[in-house]
Each structure stands twice: as C-alpha cells, then as structure tokens.
Design a protein around this ligand. Structure first.
Ligand SMILES: [Zn+2]
Ligand SMILES: [Zn+2]
Ligand SMILES: [Zn+2]
Length: 272
C-alpha cells in the first residue's frame, strides 16, 4: 500500500492565511517542506481521504490525476477537510463529459449537505457510524470514533492485501472507544499510523483532548506498542501542524527522531 500526504497543515495552512508571525515568515522564506497546505491524503492513487480546500493546488503541485479516484472517505465536516465544491466539479460541464458516480463515505453531517449531488448522480453517498466496516473498490475500511470539536468526526483504518494504514485525523488521544475497537479487531500490528499533531511541541490546554501534540503522539506510540497494535516495524508519522507550534520541519525531525517518529510534509510518500 502507498500513502501520499497531499497537505499537512492545520486548518489555517502554514504560512497561515493572514499571519506574519516568525514561524510563518521563516516558513515562507525557507520554502520546501516548511510550506504546508491543508490536510488530506491519497491511498494507492485511487482512494482520496478528505476534500480539503487546497486539493486543486495539490493537483497542480504533485501532478495528480484526480480523474483516477475511485472512492472518497471524509473524516469530518470541518472546512479544512470538507469542501463540497469538489463534488460539484464532477458535473459534466466541468469535466468534459459524464464521470462515473463517485462513492463517498463520511459521517451524516458530511453526506447530508451532499444529497443534491447524490440525486444528480455525481456521488453515491454512504453515511458511516463508528464500528462500520466497508469495502471500497480496492480497500477494506474500518470507521472509528474521533474525539474532536466536530462531534460526528471519524478516523479510518485502511487495509489491503494484509497491509494496514491508520489515518488518525482530527482527534485527541482520549478516543478510548476507538482504541478499544482497534484492540479487538486488529489481528496483526498496523503498518503505518498517521497521527494528528496540531499542537506540535506546545502543551494541550488543561483538560482538552480534541487534537494531539508531540507528547500525545509519543504516548500513543507507547500505548500501541504495549497493546500489540504496533511493533518495531510500524511507521509512526506526525501530521496536521499549526504554525502556533513554531518549530520548522528540520527542528521537528530532530525533536522526534529519538522517539522514532517521522514528520509528514506535503507530497511525502510512504509504502508499506
Ligand atoms: Zn483539521
Ligand atoms: Zn503564523
Ligand atoms: Zn477538525
């Protein structure tokens, strides 16, 4: 299985839309892996995760052929992960003729606003609940309950040919029900875990669990290793960074290297 991270920022992007803080200025100046678009990923070039607002820029930057996409899974309704306009662009007038109906899976606050596109035959809508398992054209997907300010938010375990990728965005570490479900259903260690890391090196606010930072990512890795959800071969990748963390790419890599955790960047590809 292959995953490509298309965007790796929190909702405001990095440099952030209206920000000139030191972290945003430095990122703009250095460029490269410090420039982060809004979060999304693609599995094996055909399974798109989230309809992030920068999908068009990512198509240009990474030379993506989005016409090849066979299925879409959406994590939650927040605007940095869900832009309904990308469904509308499947109308024949925008794409040179009719396209196949696109299967799209997501919580009800994602599928409901798309109903008219469903009636037009642009998408085949599937509302998913925590615990649902379903087959896309080439992958088996398990739906897990996130702990996030979008209460219906989900994250997904994606499997194919005995390999597995856990795409864990956006959620805090307190997603106990999801972790219990993983312990029960996962029969062999997960191959790659992409973890929410919005807070970076900053501590979470007291009592808050809607996102994670480096400390929570390290704790999650320890928990997974202890529970047998992961082993020495599992790749752990931090992703979905806010400029408020202030650490640029190289510094993040140095910070997390001792913990054996990688830092995602836009366009990064991993094969498992
Ligand atoms: Zn987000
Ligand atoms: Zn900034
Ligand atoms: Zn969110």
């Amino acid at each position: 299985m292959k995953i490509q991270w298309l965007g790796t920022a929190a909702s405001e992007g990095w440099p952030a839309v209206y920000c000139n803080c030191e972290a945003c200025r430095k990122a703009a100046e250095l460029g490269g892996r410090n420039i982060r678009m809004r979060a999304g990923a693609i599995i094996d070039d055909i399974l798109l995760i989230d309809l992030n607002p920068d999908l068009y820029a990512q198509r240009l930057r990474f030379g993506l052929d989005l016409a090849r996409i066979r299925d879409v899974i959406v994590t939650h309704e927040h605007g940095d992960h869900f832009t309904p306009l990308y469904v509308e662009f499947r109308e024949p007038v925008y794409c040179g003729g009719p396209m196949p109906r696109l299967p799209l899976y997501g919580p009800s606050d994602v599928t409901m606003p798309l109903r008219k596109y469903g009636e037009e035959g642009l998408v085949e809508l599937h509302t998913v609940e925590a615990g649902d398992e379903f087959d896309t054209s080439e992958h088996h997907v398990t739906t897990l309950q996130a702990v996030h300010s979008a209460p219906l938010g989900k994250f997904y375990l994606i499997e194919k040919g005995g390999k597995s990728i856990l795409y864990m965005h956006d959620t805090g570490l307190g997603c106990d029900a999801a972790l219990a479900m993983l312990r029960e259903r996962v029969k062999k260690p997960i191959d790659l875990v992409s973890m929410d890391c919005t807070y970076g090196p900053n501590p979470l606010p007291e009592g808050y669990s809607g996102h994670m930072g480096f400390a929570e990512n390290v704790r999650l890795k320890e928990m997974f290793l202890k529970d047998g959800l992961a082993d020495g071969h599992t790749r752990f990748v931090s992703n979905h960074f806010s400029h408020n963390g202030h650490m640029l790419y190289d510094e993040m890599c140095r910070f997390m290297e001792p913990h054996g955790i990688e830092i995602a960047y836009d366009g990064m590809v991993a094969e498992v």
